[in-house]
Design a protein around this ligand. Structure first.
Ligand SMILES: Cc1cc2nc3c(=O)[nH]c(=O)nc-3n(C[C@H](O)[C@H](O)[C@H](O)COP(=O)(O)OP(=O)(O)OC[C@H]3O[C@@H](n4cnc5c(N)ncnc54)[C@H](O)[C@@H]3O)c2cc1C
Length: 473
């Protein structure tokens, strides 16, 4: 057994972030224990501890790549088990009521129901000989040294009646209990500061229903239809073909708007989307369940890395550290990126909590700026709008328009939104030129010849004064 960093690591929470953390911990500890309040093994349906699991979960391209790296053959196994896959750029995407020009990106979309995706990851983690699942156990709190400087284990209690509280010793404890994480309260009880929290209130509701299509040929071989919510067209939807001949539709309403859960109201909301495509596909499909809603009040980022003190041998990751507006599809992929960060830290020995939190803050930065920045493009969302953000949002409107006719722009966007490439890729001179068009670029360069190929600064001034959606090229 591997024992180079410590004997036992305990992961609190056995959802996506916890499973991926356990995967990398298994290479550094003799034993890894995953504790969760739900039954996990064999579960392929949405469960109580992950209520968002009933709703569409897109896995970003970078997430798929990391799953493949951590579990070689993951995608082939998913396909073999009946999960449909496709090229992310070839899905039917709409922004502002206009369809994007499809682009072959080579980026793979694994189109699984969220609980099924989790079960695929879980079964690979189950195969690791040194990972143990302690299911149906409530996590009650941390155990620490007398001076509270170091975490030495956790207190858990099985849900069977009359069960005693158990103490599990650990050399390292990881909080992956999701957005409802008790770490801020635990820190306070132990005499530490709570982390500062940033929130962006989007007041979003997902409403979801599963279907079986009467005839899948109506999809023209496409995997999904996504009219994405934008400030000019705030109602959105994600329709995806998933495993076992089923399909899923999640309708999204922002700033208090929400799709009703009665079948008629649900279909009326579908009809009110900016494009008819989702309605055409589902109006005569067989519903497999009743619509269910999930309210998501705000994105929430806990700034653990800014604390001066933190207990040793204790880390926080996944939604417990940052929960992103789900329409950007980032949570699972960020959890996967954080697992890689954890692996890098473990390669150097026992992780130092504050330096680990500082490193995952770097991982969180780009997706947070995409999601928080994107949300602040909705005039009704409260929050400070920096000039950079306003420029980025104005540029995004033009970018979305360019994607309706230029597959190269679509391809680049898919790589950036999929967290495969950094945002700089979208601001390259080539893409900037394609997005702004020759006339605007020519006007900018005439006005400011000294700036030459450095288009970025020019874009700022021009776009800040002109945030209207441009006409189709
Ligand atoms: C509506 C919606 C749609 C989303 N869509 C996407 C998407 O398209 N793509 C994407 O990547 N992400 C999406 N997300 C985010 C995604 O669900 C999470 O990022 C992902 O599940 C990883 O979260 P996590 O593992 O950190 O926490 P969670 O998934 O919330 O899991 C926490 C785990 O901890 C356990 N737990 C919590 N407290 C206790 C306790 N006291 N005792 C014992 N066990 C406990 C729970 O049972 C659960 O298993 C969406 C989120 C929402 C709300």
């Amino acid at each position: 057994m591997v024992d180079q960093v410590g004997h036992r690591a305990i992961v609190l929470g056995g959802s996506m972030a916890g499973l991926l953390a356990a995967r990398v911990l298994s290479g550094a500890f003799a034993e890894v224990v995953i504790v969760d309040r739900d039954k996990l093994i064999g579960v392929t349906e949405a469960r109580r501890g992950v209520p968002q699991g009933r709703h569409v979960h897109g896995l970003l391209a970078r997430g798929q790549q990391i799953l493949e790296e951590l579990f070689p053959g993951f995608t082939a196994d998913a396909i073999a088990s009946g999960i449909p896959t496709g090229d992310l750029g070839e899905l039917r995407w709409f922004f502002n009521g206009r369809q994007l020009e499809p682009a072959t990106t080579g980026l793979i979309c694994v189109s699984a129901d969220r609980p099924v995706l989790e079960s695929q990851v879980r079964s690979r983690v189950q195969q690791l000989p040194n990972v143990v699942f302690r299911e149906q156990r409530d996590i009650l709190g941390l155990v620490t040294t007398e001076d509270n400087s170091r975490v030495t284990g956790v207190r858990v209690q099985a849900q069977t009646q009359g069960s005693e509280v158990e103490t599990l010793d650990a050399d390292l404890v990881i909080d992956a209990t999701g957005r409802g994480s008790r770490t801020p309260a635990w820190l306070s009880e132990l005499g530490y500061e709570r982390p500062a929290e940033e929130t962006v209130k989007i007041d979003l509701t997902y409403t979801t229903r599963h279907y079986r299509l009467r005839d899948e040929s109506i999809l023209d071989g496409q995997l999904s239809i996504n009219p994405v919510s934008t400030p000019s067209h705030p109602r959105g939807a994600f329709f995806s073909r998933i495993e076992n001949g089923r399909s899923i539709v999640s309708l999204t309403g922002v700033l208090g708007d929400s799709a009703p859960t009665d079948p008629e109201g649900f279909l009326d909301f579908v009809k009110s989307l900016p494009v008819p495509d989702v309605y055409e596909v589902i109006h005569d499909a067989e519903p497999l369940d009743d619509p269910v809603s999930f309210h998501y009040p705000a994105s929430q980022r806990r700034r653990y890395e800014q604390l001066d003190r933190f207990p040793e041998r204790f880390l926080v990751l996944g939604d417990a550290a940052c929960s992103f507006n789900p329409v950007y599809g980032q949570g699972m992929t960020v959890a996967a990126l954080e697992a890689l960060t954890l692996r890098d830290h473990l390669a150097k020995g026992m992780p130092d909590p504050l330096s680990f939190e500082a490193d995952i803050a770097k991982v969180i930065e780009v997706p947070w700026s995409i999601s928080a920045g994107g949300d602040l493009g909705f005039p009704g969302v409260e929050g400070e709008r920096t000039p950079e953000m306003m420029v980025a949002n104005a540029f995004t409107i033009r970018l979305q328009a360019a994607m309706t006719h230029d597959p190269e722009v679509t391809r680049t966007f898919m790589r950036v939104a999929g967290l495969v490439d950094p945002p700089d890729a979208i601001q390259s001179p080539d893409i900037t030129f394609r997005v702004l068009g020759p006339e605007l670029v020519g006007a900018i360069l005439t006005a400011h010849p000294e700036l030459g190929a450095e288009l970025q600064g020019l874009v700022v001034g021009v776009l800040l004064g002109n945030q209207q959606e441009p006409a189709a090229a």
